[in-house]
Design a protein around this ligand. Structure first.
Ligand code: GGG
Length: 345
């Protein structure tokens, strides 16, 4: 039986171009001969916006729907007003394709020197809600440009949206050896949204008696990420808290250059999208300094999502081996070459 993958590629801005090239290199190297890989690159991001004023036209959104998955690099550029590309491209994709499960694994690979003493055993996954919270764009400003200016950014939390991501997180926790799920919110202050999250978390938990649960306020969670990261297994949280916590998680597991993510549409109605957690890093763009490992691990997540489990495991093993042996600084393409050689060999 011949198999095929139709992949949409959005390198985007800054280092996105460089790291995606390495991700594709490793993808081509890991796929068996009988798998036909078809990629289509979409030229979206700062350059396109400057040329046409477009961020993600509906026609391209429609074309993207036809792919099995999307690989995205990074979005954002200092020459474009803040928010134009993030909202008009990255969030538009997440919302249009109902990527309500934003999956962000964090693991301290053996040999990686993180900032924490004693090389703690860090291996957890943050299930970040991806389509609600304060990211929905429900806000505006009044009396703009005057000393009396008022701005609102209202957090949207629906029972439907919370329940589906909480259910996803329970299922993931149930499937992992430690079977532990932590809800992170701030329900002592954000009482309306926080209690809705907690009530749903507790109710759904009754269906998962084997999953041990706990609750942390987000500020306490930041402390435990640094002082006791090994206590976490699966974390479920809202869009904003998840965005911030996963950067902290990256910092304690070797840096943002190693942090992979998947924007999952669990029902498969739309293509899921995989991207490094990091942004476009314009300060180092074009210099071959970016670490492509986060993108390569995101390619691994993509393959796992599409059912190529053995290939995903080969990528994870190649990254683990590469990280364990790292000594001298290498360029973006040297790291990509090394990982491609490992997965192929
Ligand atoms: N790699 C994707 C990227 O460029 N992320 C930057 C960003 O603005 N992220 C916001 C978010 O993940 O919600």
């Amino acid at each position: 039986m011949s198999r095929s993958i139709s992949l949409a590629v959005i390198p985007g801005d800054g280092i996105g171009q460089e790291v995606v090239a390495e991700g594709l290199k490793v993808l081509s190297a890991v796929l068996p001969q009988d798998v036909k890989l078809e990629t289509k690159e979409y030229s979206l991001g700062a350059k396109r916006w400057h040329e046409t004023g477009e961020t993600l036209p509906d026609a391209e959104l429609e074309q993207l729907k036809a792919h099995d998955a999307i690989l995205l690099g990074a979005v954002g550029d200092p020459s474009v007003p803040s928010g134009v590309l993030e909202r008009g491209l990255l969030l538009k994709l997440r919302f249009a394709f109902d990527h309500h499960v934003n999956l962000r694994p964090s693991r301290l690979f053996p040999g990686v020197k993180g900032p924490l003493a004693g090389e703690p055993d860090i291996d957890f996954v943050v299930v970040r809600e991806g389509t609600e919270g304060p990211y929905v764009g429900n806000g505006g400003s009044l009396r703009t440009g005057t000393p009396q200016e008022v701005a609102t950014e209202v957090s949207l939390n629906t029972a439907f949206g919370i329940e589906r991501v909480v259910r996803d997180a329970y299922a993931r926790a149930q499937a992992r050896p430690r079977r532990k799920l932590t809800l992170v919110h701030k329900n002592n202050v954000l009482v309306h949204a926080g209690h809705l999250w907690k009530n749903i978390f507790d109710r759904v938990g009754e269906e998962y008696p084997e999953v041990a649960t706990d609750y942390l306020h987000v500020d306490a969670a930041t402390i435990f990420f640094v002082t006791q990261p090994e206590r976490f297994d699966v974390i479920v949280t809202d869009n904003l808290f998840g965005d911030i916590l996963t950067d902290l998680a990256a910092a304690v597991t070797g840096g943002i250059g190693l942090a992979a993510s998947g924007n999952i549409n669990p029902g498969g109605e739309f293509p899921s999208m995989f991207e490094p957690v990091h942004g476009s890093a314009p300060d180092i763009a074009g210099q071959g300094k970016a670490d492509p490992t986060a993108t390569v691990l995101s390619v691994g997540m993509l393959l796992r999502h599409l059912g190529y489990t053995a290939e995903a495991e080969r990528i994870e093993a190649a990254v683990a081996a590469d990280l364990a042996e790292r000594s001298a600084a290498r360029s973006t393409s040297e790291i990509g070459d090394a990982l491609a050689a490992r997965v192929a060999g």
